[in-house]
Design a protein around this ligand. Structure first.
Ligand SMILES: [Zn+2]
Ligand SMILES: [Zn+2]
Length: 425
C-alpha cells in the first residue's frame, strides 16, 4: 500500500457526504465513554462483516489506478490518496483496520497516491447521486429526528429549534421510511430513462447502487463518457435537472397577440428529449392541430381553463415534476471519492449494494448483513423500524433487539450499546 504524506484533503474533495454538521456533533461526544464504547462495538461488528462478506465488495477493473480513502472509528479524519496493487492487498487492509467508511475514486490516475494536481487524470466514470434529503418529502418531517448540539436531547420530527434549550444548533437524523425509499426509486427510474433515451447509454452500462443510508448512486460504465470534463458533466446535470427551461425549448412561442403557437411541427424535433416528455405529460398534440396555429392555440386555451393555470406556469411545474433530483455537485466533481460498492455506510451500518431488481429492492433486508442474535441497547427516543419484513417498536430506555437493529440505531446516534454487550462482542 502507498501513502502520500502531503495529505491535503481539503473540504470540497471530501467523499459523498456533507460532513461539517456531523463532525461538529461527533466532536461533542468524542470524549464520552459511551461514544467510545459504541465505536468499539461497531468496529468489532464491521470486522466480522468484512471477514464474512468481503465478496460483496466490487472493485474497479484497474484497481491500481484508483485513489482510495478511509475513515476510521477512531477519530474523524479522512485518509486519502491511498492505493492498492490488487484486491488481496485491499482485503488485508480492510480486515486489519475495519474502517468505518471505505471510498474509491470514480477517476483513474497514473499516480493515484500523489496530490491532486500531480495525479494525472485519465478519465472518470459518470456518477449520479440521488439523496433523500433533496426530495423534501413530507413524511420525512414526521419520522426523522432532531438532535440538539447543546443539550444533546433528541426530539421526534424535524424542528427548527431545540424545544428543550431553544438552541438552533441542531442536527437532523434521517430514518427513511417505506415511502422515502419508493420516492427515491422513482427518481432512479426517471434518471435511467433519461440516460437511455436522451444520452444513448446502454442499460447494461448503468449500475444502480443503494447508497447504504438514504439514497442511490448510479455508476455509468460507458467509456464514451469517461473523458468528459467537469463542465461537460455539469451541463449534463443541468439538463437532467431541467434548469433554465424556456418555452422556446419546447418548440412553442408566444405571439404578439398573446397566443401560443408552434415554432415547428417537425416530428423529429418534437419526438425527443424534454419536448416529447412535456408534450406527452400535458397531452398536447401538435398534429391534431391540422397544421393550423389557431387550432393549436385553442388546444392550449382549453388546457389552461381545465387546469385553471397559466400555460407557462403549467410547463414549469411539469419540468419540475419530470426533472431528476440529482445532486449536480457530485456529478461534476471528477476528483471525488465515492463509497465503495459492498462496503458499510457508518451512517446506518447498511451496505452500499447493487440493486439487481430495483422494483423489489428492500434496503432493510438486502443491504442488511448483521445477524439476528439479540443485544441490549439503551435508546434515547421511541423509534419504529421495519427490518427484514418485521416491524420493531423500540421504546425509550432499555431494549433487547436483533444485532442489525442495534447497529442501525447506534450508527444513527439514537441509542447506546449496553455495557454488558461489550464483553460479549
Ligand atoms: Zn437543546
Ligand atoms: Zn419517509
Amino acid at each position: 500500500m502507498f501513502f502520500h504524506n502531503n495529505d491535503k484533503s481539503d473540504l470540497n474533495d471530501i467523499a459523498d457526504i456533507p460532513r461539517e454538521k456531523e463532525s461538529a456533533l461527533k466532536d461533542d461526544f468524542k470524549d464520552s465513554k459511551s461514544h467510545q464504547n459504541n465505536q468499539n462495538w461497531l468496529k468489532k461488528n464491521y470486522k466480522k462483516y468484512y471477514f464474512n462478506f468481503y465478496a460483496n465488495i466490487t472493485l474497479p477493473e484497474k484497481i491500481h489506478l484508483h485513489e482510495f480513502g478511509f475513515r476510521h472509528f477512531e477519530g474523524e479524519k479522512m485518509h486519502r490518496h491511498l492505493s492498492f496493487k490488487n484486491s488481496g492487498e485491499l482485503h488485508a487492509f480492510v480486515l486489519k483496520f475495519a474502517p468505518s467508511d471505505i471510498y474509491c475514486s470514480s477517476s483513474l490516475y497514473s499516480r493515484p497516491t500523489e496530490p491532486m494536481d500531480k495525479k494525472e487524470w485519465g478519465g472518470s466514470e459518470l456518477i449520479f447521486d440521488i439523496d433523500g434529503k433533496d426530495l423534501h418529502l413530507e413524511c420525512a418531517l414526521t419520522h426523522n429526528y432532531t438532535k440538539c448540539h447543546d443539550c444533546k436531547s433528541i426530539h421526534p420530527g424535524v424542528l427548527a429549534k431545540c424545544t428543550n434549550c431553544n438552541s438552533s444548533r441542531i442536527y437532523i437524523i434521517d430514518v427513511p421510511c417505506k415511502n422515502c425509499i419508493v420516492s427515491l426509486k422513482k427518481e432512479v427510474t426517471k434518471l435511467v430513462n433519461f440516460l437511455i433515451d436522451d444520452f444513448g447509454i446502454e442499460r447494461s452500462g448503468i449500475f444502480i447502487y443503494f447508497s447504504g443510508n438514504n439514497g442511490f448512486h448510479l455508476h455509468v460504465l460507458d467509456s464514451d463518457y469517461y473523458p468528459l470534463l467537469s463542465n461537460e458533466r455539469s451541463e449534463m446535470a443541468s439538463y437532467l435537472l431541467g434548469k433554465g427551461f424556456k418555452m422556446e425549448t419546447l418548440g412553442i412561442k408566444k405571439t404578439q397577440g398573446d397566443k401560443f403557437v408552434p415554432l415547428s411541427k417537425s416530428k423529429q424535433l418534437l419526438e425527443a428529449g424534454w419536448r416529447d416528455r412535456i408534450l406527452k405529460k400535458l397531452k398536447i398534440n401538435f398534429y391534431s392541430s391540422k397544421n393550423s396555429d389557431s387550432d393549436f392555440s385553442k388546444q392550449i386555451e382549453k388546457l389552461e381553463n381545465a387546469m385553471k393555470c397559466d400555460f407557462q406556469q403549467m410547463v414549469l411545474k411539469t419540468v419540475d415534476d419530470l426533472s431528476v433530483k440529482i445532486d449536480p455537485m457530485v456529478t461534476m466533481d471528477i476528483h471525488r471519492i465515492f463509497r465503495l460498492p459492498g462496503s458499510l455506510n457508518s451512517k446506518s451500518g447498511l451496505a452500499k449494494i447493487l440493486c439487481n431488481d430495483l422494483k423489489s429492492f428492500d434496503p432493510f433486508n438486502e443491504a442488511c448483513f448483521f445477524d439476528k442474535s439479540k443485544v441490549d441497547i439503551v435508546c434515547f427516543s421511541p423509534v419504529s423500524l421495519l427490518f427484514k419484513g418485521k416491524r420493531y417498536g423500540i421504546h425509550e430506555g432499555n431494549n433487547h433487539v436483533p444485532r442489525y437493529v442495534a447497529v442501525y440505531l447506534i450508527s444513527k446516534g439514537l441509542a447506546n450499546i449496553d455495557l454488558k454487550d461489550i464483553q460479549d462482542g
